[in-house]
Write a protein that binds this ligand. Structure first.
Ligand SMILES: NC(=O)c1ccc[n+]([C@@H]2O[C@H](COP(=O)([O-])OP(=O)(O)OC[C@H]3O[C@@H](n4cnc5c(N)ncnc54)[C@H](O)[C@@H]3O)[C@@H](O)[C@H]2O)c1
Length: 257
């Protein structure tokens, strides 16, 4: 990486040891960023960061559990300590645990809300504080879901949390606009990741039915999602804030049979 380190933009990603977060990290590296690979699985985050470093990137790992506000602050601090600045947060931490609502325990409900909604807030707040203190703006992207808008059975907590993320994004966007911090969400439909593969194996997802339901006729790739994040954190999106951009092959638009 030939850029002067003080000019190179820096991104912190959560849930970035694998899946969408890892793919977005790879795209942001290609866009010229240094990255902090945050994940609750610290060892896996280290492995991913090493992979990127071996390929020539500036990358470090941070053990970040997004349900822990102090851990989010420590992840932000790692970006500041190692790279000297923070320009972008991408919060991609998440779990999927479909279950009949009548069977859902209070603990399962709370855990989903804790990771998907409380985590989105703690990560954004930690990044927002650092960006305000730096005084040169920034971008925050939450990885949301089409379930912020469309209900699936057996996803009561997940969908409620993602709908909350859409409103969180609007609120932070208007609150932090005077600091030139833009806050948006990218909401994928079913995306080819380990999370989706596990759901297919457990019988939670019928791929053929989904392909029939999606106008563009296929699942999303991690690259599809990464492209949207890359755009939103670029200057080409400098007038876009408070939005949820759905990367869904037309899923949400489709209202026919
Ligand atoms: N895969 C899909 O089809 C799909 C569709 C729509 C939205 N999403 C959303 O995209 C995001 C990423 O999903 P993915 O498919 O890449 O999943 P994934 O399971 O492949 O990766 C998720 C990563 O988040 C990490 N993680 C889990 N809990 C965490 C926590 N408390 N703190 C920090 N990291 C944590 C995991 O260790 C893992 O590395 C999630 O928010 C998910 O809800 C996924």
């Amino acid at each position: 990486m030939s850029q002067n380190s003080s000019e190179q933009r820096v991104a912190l990603l959560t849930g970035a040891a694998r899946g969408i977060g890892k793919g977005v990290a790879a795209q942001l590296i290609a866009d010229g960023f240094a990255v902090v690979i945050g994940d609750v699985r610290g060892d896996a985050a280290e492995e991913t960061a090493h992979e990127f470093v071996a390929a020539g990137a500036r990358a470090v790992a941070a053990a970040v559990d997004v349900t822990d506000a102090a851990a989010c602050t420590a992840g932000v601090q790692k970006a500041l300590d190692v790279f000297g600045r923070l320009d972008v947060l991408v919060n991609s931490a998440g779990i999927s645990a479909p279950k009949d609502t009548l069977e859902l325990t209070p603990e399962e409900w709370r855990r989903m809300i804790d990771i998907q909604l409380n985590g989105a807030f703690f990560a954004a707040q930690a990044a927002g504080r650092a960006m305000v203190a730096q005084g040169r703006g920034g971008c925050i992207v939450q990885i949301s879901s089409i379930n912020a808008e469309a209900a699936f059975p057996r996803r009561a907590a997940y969908a409620s949390a993602k709908a909350g993320v859409a409103m969180l994004v609007k609120t932070l966007a208007i609150e932090w606009a005077t600091h030139n911090i833009r806050v948006n969400a990218v909401g994928p439909s079913h995306t080819e990741t380990e999370m989706t593969r596990a759901n297919i194996e457990k019988g939670n997802i019928d791929v053929a039915a989904i392909q029939r339901r999606i106008p563009l006729g296929r699942l999303a790739t991690v690259q599809d999602v990464s492209n949207a994040v890359s755009f939103l954190v670029s200057n080409r999106a400098e007038y876009i804030t408070g939005q949820s951009l759905y990367v869904d092959g037309g899923y949400l638009a489709y209202g026919y049979f």
